[in-house]
Design a protein around this ligand. Structure first.
Ligand code: NAD
Length: 501
């Protein structure tokens, strides 16, 4: 082996990140293998002990310091997100702002949500004082997607740190720079706890190594197919697993809805970020009386969107090269099955850029209705009434978000309560995403578990129940020395009591 061969062999493998907008190489990142991942987890674990031991108020202050650092670096963050995903800069800024809101909420509320509190003991244990506290799990492995490379993983990272854990983050291989930047800013803002948020880069094999690494929980965001694989790895070591997966979100539009508002929201919900939003609008069920009018308004607005690499574009390219082919497959199959193209069609898919597609009368068993399209395409089907809309909306393997447009807010909320979805917005789309106190997550193919809100903090904590005996009980039922007669009296009393209650 020559000197050059030896040098090449000892250099870690790398991968190149390309700008989806131009195809230009942006950066090289290491492909971290199992040994690198183990080192990152070990480093995080040693940082975790000191972090968990801090009073909640100190952790809050550190996290708010990091938040201020992120706010000061907002331009750098937005530039990185735009470069790696291709989304317009305004969208990247909005993503960063939403992230700051969530981080602030998690930092400010973790102490209150997770602190030790007393619980009622009940009559049988009246001699005990009972308390419940939520303790950190240790090290959380976070595996993230590329579509919102800051906002989405921070829904796990920020809340896990606020709950007193360390984190090792594996960003998507399409957006590793965003992850590296965020972790670097943590180390700068909170140098005394540097290493608490570690980053490993690479694709599937790095994610798999993280799931195998002995972390105390894996928080995964991505497609259901990958979730199944990661969960199977976690199952081997009984590592707890949280799955935030895709969606096929429905919007219900009633006869008395404000159609301009509904059309505006549907177009934004379906087309912003080139439709690459887990809780974006993919299906619309409009009652027959207003279907045609809604379609006209959606087509008018969607047709006016500018699509391209420019700063004034409504949206940019598909981030992942293969996704355009999925959109095309869904459009082609729907049209072949008898759907009507109201705007665009197969020809809308031109390389990385996909112009808006609006379809109607799509059979409910078409891929465009069953699978996540994750592109700028929306289906608007007519239904007889709200009941049919709810039935069709709920007949999906996915159950993530949903929205309802109704002229009567009360009636809208009543429809919302019948929808099988983890989060529903009435008279807006994605309204819940900007409310940090609301948990977010789905069921079915959309995954399980919750991020955000108090549930999102508890997702990264283990409840510990403690009883402290205040005085000896009159009859000690947990002792072999309790006389049989006293035991029988206690049972008679319990029977009498429970027959009455
Ligand atoms: P993906 O499933 O391809 O990848 C997600 C992550 O898993 C990436 O970091 C990837 O490198 C990693 N990975 C891939 N194979 C792995 C393996 N075998 N073991 C461990 N890790 C592995 O998803 P994506 O294309 O990055 O993201 C898009 C998907 O994410 C869409 O389905 C979207 O709806 C979903 N998403 C969901 C939410 C939510 O909060 N519910 C938010 C954003 C995106």
């Amino acid at each position: 082996m020559t000197e050059t061969d030896r040098e090449t062999a000892s250099r870690p493998a790398t991968f190149t990140v390309h700008a989806p907008a131009t195809g230009k190489a942006l950066a090289e990142h290491p492909v971290h293998g199992p040994a690198d991942v183990a080192r990152a987890v070990e480093r995080a674990r040693s940082a975790a002990a000191g972090w968990a031991a801090l009073p909640a108020a100190r952790r809050r202050d550190h996290l708010l310091r990091w938040k201020r650092k992120l706010a000061s670096a907002l331009d750098d963050l937005a530039d990185m997100i735009t470069a790696e995903t291709g989304k317009p800069r305004g969208d990247a800024v909005l993503e960063a702002v939403l992230t700051l809101e969530h981080l602030t909420w998690a930092a400010r509320n973790a102490g209150r949500v997770l602190r030790r509190r007393g619980v009622r003991t009940g009559l049988l244990a009246a001699n005990q004082r009972a308390t419940l506290v939520h303790r950190p799990l240790g090290v959380i492995g976070v595996i993230g997607p590329w579509n919102y490379p800051l906002y989405t993983p921070m829904g796990s990272i920020g809340y896990a740190l606020a709950a007193g854990n360390a984190v090792v983050f594996k960003p998507s291989e399409y957006t590793p720079g965003t992850g590296v930047l965020v972790a670097g800013l943590f180390d700068e803002a909170v140098p005394e706890h540097a290493g608490l948020l570690g980053v490993v880069t690479g694709a599937a094999s790095t994610g798999e190594a993280l799931a195998r690494s002995g972390v105390d929980k894996v928080a995964f965001t991505g497609s259901p197919g990958t979730a199944r694989k990661v969960m199977a790895v976690c199952a081997q070591s009984l590592t707890p697993f949280l799955a935030e997966c895709g969606g096929k979100d429905a919007t219900v539009v009633t006869a008395d809805a404000d159609l301009d508002a509904a059309a505006d929201a549907v177009v934004w919900g379906a087309m912003s970020n080139a439709g690459q939003t887990c809780a974006g609008v993919e299906r619309v069920y409009a009652v027959r009386e207003v279907h045609a009018a809604l379609c006209r308004k959606v087509v008018e607005r969607a047709g006016a969107l500018s699509v391209g690499p420019g700063p004034d574009s409504a949206y940019g390219p598909m981030t992942m090269p293969g996704q355009a082919a999925v959109v095309q497959r869904h459009v082609d199959a729907a049209l072949a099955a008898g759907a009507r193209a109201l705007l665009g069609g197969s020809a809308s898919v031109t390389g990385a850029y996909v112009t808006p597609v609006v379809l109607a009368d799509v059979p409910e068993d078409a891929a465009a209705m069953r699978e996540e399209t994750f592109g700028p395409m929306v289906v608007i089907n007519a239904v007889a009434d709200a009941d049919e809309a709810v039935r069709r909306a709920n007949a999906s393997p996915y159950a993530l978000g949903a929205s309802v447009f109704s002229g009567d807010r009360r009636a809208g909320a009543a429809i919302a309560s019948r929808l099988r979805a983890g989060a529903v917005s009435v008279n807006s789309v994605l309204g819940f995403a900007a409310v940090p106190a609301l948990p977010f997550g789905g069921s079915g193919d959309s995954g399980f578990g919750r991020i955000h809100g108090a549930d999102g903090l508890r997702a990264f904590a283990a409840p510990q129940s403690v009883t402290v005996q205040r005085f000896a009980p009159p009859v000690n039922l947990t002792s072999f020395t309790a006389p049989a007669a006293a035991r029988a009296r206690a049972v008679s009393f319990a029977r009498w009591l429970h027959r009455r209650r």
